[in-house]
Design a protein around this ligand. Structure first.
Ligand SMILES: Cc1cc2nc3c(=O)[nH]c(=O)nc-3n(C[C@H](O)[C@H](O)[C@H](O)COP(=O)(O)OP(=O)(O)OC[C@H]3O[C@@H](n4cnc5c(N)ncnc54)[C@H](O)[C@@H]3O)c2cc1C
Length: 562
């Protein structure tokens, strides 16, 4: 059995070391809480915001005027606006103003040119909701700030389970130490928990470079821990069945679409969308925000490929764009372009749709960031009813941190733990490690098996549809795969053990998707069913809440919180 090597206690436990978790930790520490942040990697440079971001969705009255609703409308209509409870969007925007000023005071350049510049992800003639900033150092700055506030850090320690009290209430977490030769556990007791473990990637086969599991636009080490924990423990999840599929440069999977100022064009030079005909440094071409799917459709019907073409832009604009891509954290792509002699002024860049991943779908939170499991909060990309990328993670991380700190003042500390569930969690991990050297199934084989099942039985459009037949078959195969992995999955070292446990999180996310897709008997967005082709207008203002209570899966509908 892998030993529990040390025990820690805190008021607020932040699970994750990305934007949302760091923000939550700072906010809670400022409230006077004893805060512990546990990251799978190192919070100085981990997660999707590790190397930078450059668009911060927000409402700044000094730029936008007094009517916040103007920006609410733009955010809800943006590519991140699909799965929102508008009440949360409004709370986010109200608090985003102070966050811009706060980040600026901490040293993050929110107006690198000396003024607030809103550009990208925008329709010509409409208000612009995304502040253009230099996010390259955002993580080191937030990490430093958290340290100054007294936050304690536990890096290289993926959280693998909750720990429970005798009433079945989560009162902490079990983290696996992966920075030593043999694995060990840290047992953490806390009054409240903030889950902020980011996207779930590696669920579907990579479109960019099949076989290369980590050539991904988002953080490849994030596999939906928070969603898996909530799903496994009877909490509410939502919108898992409506896949998000990002798009960007072909072969070199990178975010940063909105930093490109070029026009999306067909090979004959004609524009794909109606918005711009020449490069535009303020708006870019929003066509590929409006439809990511068109990139695949045009490849399949032979009218593509589609290129983003910056030809004709003044050199000064191109320099600005290159700089913006560095702020965005995709310097590696620029370096590669330099090495290969690819020049924006001479070469159009082919774009493609990437594989689906789980982002802005998952855990239901209320206005204060609390999940349906009492004393457990969630923020950032794992949230299913609100998402605005980096700024959403920053602001809701902050809200969660404040709320969790206040709640932890009243929450009782855990005197006795449910030893049976703790033993079961330790045993679940230990069994995999006990098979080391046995030649059992590797995490990589297991991960590819999950991807194959997801791509086959919970497919995404264009030209592919889901149905009860496919989804039921998929669920059966997922169950079989889980049983097989329980018997055969092995790991030779702590790193491989972490990867093996990630595969179980992906199985949880995959099953949650299939169950929800089965329950949603209509087609909507990227959820297309061949047996229910209609988009039902009666469901437009509703969310489907899914729960899994000890294996009994149920779906209920609720009105969106307006
Ligand atoms: C290159 C790039 C550019 C981007 N640019 C923009 C932009 O301009 N504007 C925008 O709005 N968005 C942008 N995004 C998206 C943005 O970065 C994310 O939305 C944001 O980082 C989400 O924050 P988060 O805290 O939810 O997740 P992350 O910042 O991804 O953090 C997740 C954290 O969880 C940790 N973790 C995962 N599993 C575990 C576990 N089991 N135990 C402990 N810790 C765990 C990870 O190590 C990581 O620290 C960009 C993304 C990328 C990749």
């Amino acid at each position: 059995m892998i030993p529990i090597q040390n025990e820690m206690t805190c008021d607020v436990l932040c699970v994750g070391g990305g934007i949302a978790a760091l923000q939550a930790s700072i906010a809670a520490a400022e409230e006077g809480s004893d805060v512990l942040l546990v990251d799978k990697a190192h919070p100085r440079r981990s997660g999707s915001g590790a190397t930078g971001c450059d668009h911060f969705g927000c409402y700044l009255p000094e730029v936008h005027g007094d009517d916040i609703n103007v920006i609410v409308r733009e955010i809800l209509g943006s590519q991140t606006g699909t799965c929102h409870d508008p009440r949360l969007t409004r709370r986010f925007l109200k608090e985003s103003t102070a966050m811009v000023h706060r980040w600026e005071s901490w040293g993050i350049p929110m107006r690198p040119k000396g003024f607030y510049e809103f550009k990208g992800h925008a329709f010509p003639t409409r208000p612009r909701a995304f502040l253009h900033y230099d996010g390259r150092q955002q993580k080191p700055i937030l990490y430093k700030k958290a340290g100054e506030c007294g936050v304690r850090f536990l890096p290289y320690s993926p959280v693998v389970d909750f720990v429970f009290n005798e009433h079945g209430q989560p009162v902490g977490a079990l983290a696996l130490r992966i920075d030593q030769e043999d694995p060990g556990f840290t047992l953490i007791r806390s009054r409240t928990i903030v889950l902020a473990t980011g996207v779930a990637t590696r669920l579907y086969s990579s479109e960019t470079s099949p076989g290369m599991l980590f050539n991904l636009a988002y953080c490849g080490s994030c596999t939906g821990t928070g969603i898996s924990l909530v799903w496994r423990n009877g909490g509410h999840t939502l919108n898992m069945e409506i896949p998000y599929i990002h798009a960007g440069p072909k072969h070199f999977a990178r975010c940063g679409k909105a930093s490109f100022i070029g026009v999306a064009r067909y090979p004959d030079g004609s524009p794909v969308g109606p918005f711009v005909t020449e490069p535009d440094k303020d708006y870019g071409d929003v066509t590929l925000d409006v439809s990511h799917r068109i990139l695949t459709e045009r490849l399949c019907d032979g009218r593509g490929p589609i290129y983003v073409d910056c030809h004709g832009a003044p050199e000064a604009w191109l320099d600005e764009m290159r700089e913006a891509l560095r702020w965005e954290g995709v310097a590696a792509m620029l370096d590669h372009m330099d090495e290969e002699g690819i020049d924006f002024s001479r070469h159009a860049i082919e774009f493609m749709q990437y594989e689906p991943h789980v982002q802005g779908r998952g855990v239901e939170i209320d206005e204060n960031g609390e999940t349906s499991i009492p004393n457990v909060y969630a923020a950032g990309d794992i949230v299913g009813n609100f998402r605005v990328g980096v700024s959403g993670a920053a602001v809701y991380g902050w809200i969660c941190g404040k709320s969790a700190a206040r709640k932890s003042k009243d929450a009782p500390s855990s005197s006795s733990l449910d030893q049976n569930s703790l033993d079961a969690a330790c045993d679940r991990c230990s069994r995999i490690y006990d098979r080391r050297g046995s030649g059992g199934a590797t995490w990589r084989e297991a991960n590819i098996a999950v991807q194959t099942l997801m791509s086959s039985y919970a497919p995404v459009p264009p030209h592919k549809a889901r149905s009860a037949n496919l989804l039921c078959a998929g669920l059966k195969y997922m169950k079989d795969l889980r049983a097989k992995l329980d018997r055969e999955l092995s790991a030779d070292n702590p790193h491989e053990l972490m990867r093996a446990l990630e595969v179980y999180e992906l199985l949880d996310c995959g099953e949650a998707i299939m169950h929800a897709a089965l329950e949603r008997k209509e087609s909507r967005g990227n959820h297309v069913r061949s047996d229910y082709t209609l988009t039902n207008p009666l469901l437009s203002n509703k969310f489907l809440i899914m729960t899994n209570r000890k294996g009994i899966v149920a779906g209920t509908w609720r009105e969106k919180w307006n």
